[in-house]
Design a protein around this ligand. Sequence first.
Ligand code: 13P
Length: 343
Amino acid sequence: MTMDRAALEETAQAMVAAGKGILAADESNATMTKRLEAVGIESTPESRRSFRGLMFTAEGAADYVSGVIMYDETLRQASDDGTPFPELLARAGILPGIKVDVGAKPLAGFPGESVTEGLDGLRGRLGEYRELGARFAKWRAVIGIGDGRPTQGCIEANAHALARYAGLCQEAAIVPIVEPEVLMDGHHTIGRSEEVTAAVLRTVFERLAEQRVLLEGIVLKPNMLLAGYDCPQQAGVEEVAERTLACFRRVVPAAVPGIAFLSGGQSDERAAAHLSAMNAIGGVPWELTFSYGRALVAAPLKVWASDTAGIAEAQAAFLHRARCNAAARRGEYVESMEHPLAA
Ligand code: 13P
């Protein structure tokens, strides 16, 4: 199959459209069970469907959300009125997406490091997902920072898998989100985060080129440069924004249409503030947007858990986070948006 470059480019550009970002609602059942149980909700296919469905049907979500990443189970589920989620989203003008990796597994020979699996049979699965309405996909590689980590072996294994995945996606007319996540856990400084993130991105873009991946038809989903959460010296918002952009300018080709950051366990407010500061600085060749999981989902989940009948309240909490991050997408997020009544 030859790839349809124009269609891939068009989808990638729609994913990073101005003023909008991506909702990551693709937690595996194991991860979603942890999130639900943490707020006292039993995790069942129905509770997972209900919660995600309320976000997907929130009135006006399409003003802030360009695409939604789903999990296999979610892509096959439907809203209360029986409309399959991919169809419901597409009708609202939101691109349906699908997580296609099967998770980070221990990397043989490299204690404490992982490699993301899911290449076997991927061509067949992508064909089915396309039939079900998926227009883009996600694959997350996980790189930890610690004593002697990451190793080059770990970086190479993950970058190679990301590139193989991206090539298969483009063959299937699906835009790959390429996500090499350098974890923010640990004691490391922001300088170390910068060094590791730059090394990882360099290797990823080398492997993407080797596998003949069309850079205009991908979206990069990286971490921001942050000191590890246990580092006593935390960087301020401006420093994070400046150093992240400076680093990315050196290693991310200008052909990439957009960078959609992950939130990675930052507070909701910090995730918005960092993105906003980067957009305020600007002057970069890529769109700078969000592909947040926790920083969009945690707030509505908490509200919903306190009263699962109060759908409107949970939707309002979701739309509030989406609105804050859409403002950040334009460089216009201010902390006072978090306290609308006090303002
Ligand atoms: P977080 O924003 O919670 O890091 O999740 C984004 C994501 O999809 C990680 O793969």
